[in-house]
Design a protein around this ligand. Structure first.
Ligand SMILES: [Zn+2]
Length: 431
């Protein structure tokens, strides 16, 4: 289509001093006009070019859309069938638009959320055929197949609409919970701190900032650069545009940051500073509920080979287990923490570490603990044995055993074993 010239028109959209007569991507074509008569003149020009080049316009795949209010007395457009039908939505370069102001990209969010959800479910469904995925493999599949849908067009469609963004977040959260084997009550931040995956909201903002950096580096005559310069003028005049939306999404982030006014184009260095400040703040957080270091990082314990054992560990580390300390938090009549006693010994507060290393409520548990210690001694290096023998706090012992490569699998298996033993006894609810 290199020789396609639709021709300038008085009703063209003008960016800077450049009239934008038409846009092409491979064999996708858009012609733009600010008036119905202007559009008809362009359709005529396009029909002439098609006739000269022995081409026929695919009317079935063509759409006429009006952005904003529909003008009165709209004429029938010729070279286009059915003549008077207008579409409320249309797709160009994979992005679905609708003509309504304020919600131009809303359908795109719907499309992408439902596609991402479908792909996510297929990945999870595969486990019934091939067995449980190792978390690292599941994350690779997520990044290759789900993430592209969740981030599609995020450079253009900034997340100013919380409901639309929520659709994408819901898909990401459901997938990560499934991957880690966590329930609906699990704390959200652990989904990211444990897997190293960024919350989709931050990932989309970072990609958009990366796109801004690319645009800033473009040559001055390129349309996208001309467009972004117009955005700075609109921002200075307090008129809605892409840069104003970017300011809005940055301003909604839950931490303080220096956001440029965008009355002039930012430099690449300024954009880099924005990107790194956000990453620093995001990676530096600590979750107040768990006290877990919240740096987003793929955790070593996710390499535990057995999926059931691994999920048991994940639940304990992210406080998504059902030992009394956690499950009585949700009892109909609230039970104070000091009353959430162990179902076997009734002496101490029932926590996973109490169950694993302290409780002697039933002889069977003591026997299992003894065989765990024997197994541990067989698997551990001398250094690990020395390290753990210096620990006298059960909670610290548990986290240490789970963090070391030579002890994590044996400990996870033991935790699984203790879980099943506790499962055989009803939880103790004080009256
Ligand atoms: Zn006990």
């Amino acid at each position: 289509m290199a020789d396609l010239v639709v021709g300038k028109d008085v009703n063209d959209i003008v960016l800077g001093n450049i009239p934008v007569t038409n846009l092409e991507q491979a064999d996708d074509l858009i012609i733009l006009s600010t008036s119905p008569t202007g559009l008809q003149r362009k359709l005529d020009a396009l029909a002439r070019w098609c006739a000269t080049n022995f081409l026929i316009l695919n009317v079935i795949k063509s759409v006429i859309m009006i952005f904003g209010t529909k003008p009165r007395g709209l004429p029938d457009f010729t070279h286009y069938e059915p003549h008077s039908r207008l579409y409320s939505t249309g797709t160009y370069v994979g992005i679905r638009f609708q003509g309504r102001y304020g919600a131009i990209f809303r359908k795109h969010y719907d499309d992408k959320a439902s596609k991402a959800q479908r792909v996510g479910r297929v990945i999870c469904g595969l486990e019934s055929l091939v067995g449980y995925f190792q978390p690292r493999d599941a994350i690779n599949l997520y990044m290759a197949l789900v993430d592209p849908h969740l981030t599609h067009g995020c450079e253009i469609t900034l997340d100013t609409n919380a409901t639309a963004l929520g659709l994408l977040e819901k898909v990401q959260i459901a997938f990560l919970r499934r991957l880690l084997g966590l329930g609906q009550r699990s704390i959200l931040s652990v989904l990211y701190t444990e897997t190293g995956i960024l919350p989709i909201r931050y990932r989309r903002i970072l990609l958009a900032l990366g796109y801004l950096k690319y645009v800033v580096g473009c040559d001055d005559h390129q349309l996208v650069k001309v467009a972004i310069r117009e955005c700075t003028q609109l921002t200075a005049a307090n008129q809605p545009n892409w840069l104003m939306s970017l300011r809005e999404v940055l301003g909604k982030l839950p931490f303080q940051m220096q956001i440029p006014l965008f009355h002039v184009l930012p430099s690449a260095d300024e954009i880099d500073a924005l990107i790194s400040s956000k990453l620093y703040l995001l990676r530096g957080r600590v979750d107040p509920a768990t006290g877990l270091p919240a740096a987003c990082k793929f955790r070593d314990y996710l390499n535990i080979r057995n999926a059931q054992h691994r999920k048991a560990v994940t639940k304990v580390l992210t406080s998504n287990h059902w030992y009394a300390i956690e499950s009585l938090r949700y009892a109909r009549t609230p039970v104070p923490p000091e009353m959430r006693r162990c179902r076997l010994c009734r002496q101490k507060i029932e926590t996973p570490e109490h169950a694993m290393f302290e409780c002697d409520g039933i002889p069977e548990l003591v026997t299992r603990r003894r065989s765990f210690v024997e197994k541990l001694m067989l698997h551990c290096t001398e250094a690990t044995t020395r390290q753990i023998s210096d620990i006298h706090d059960s909670a610290r012992l548990l986290t240490t055993l789970i963090s070391l490569p030579d002890s994590m699998n044996v400990t996870a298996e033991y935790l699984w074993d203790v879980n099943s033993l506790f499962d055989e006894h009803p939880i103790y609810v004080p009256t």
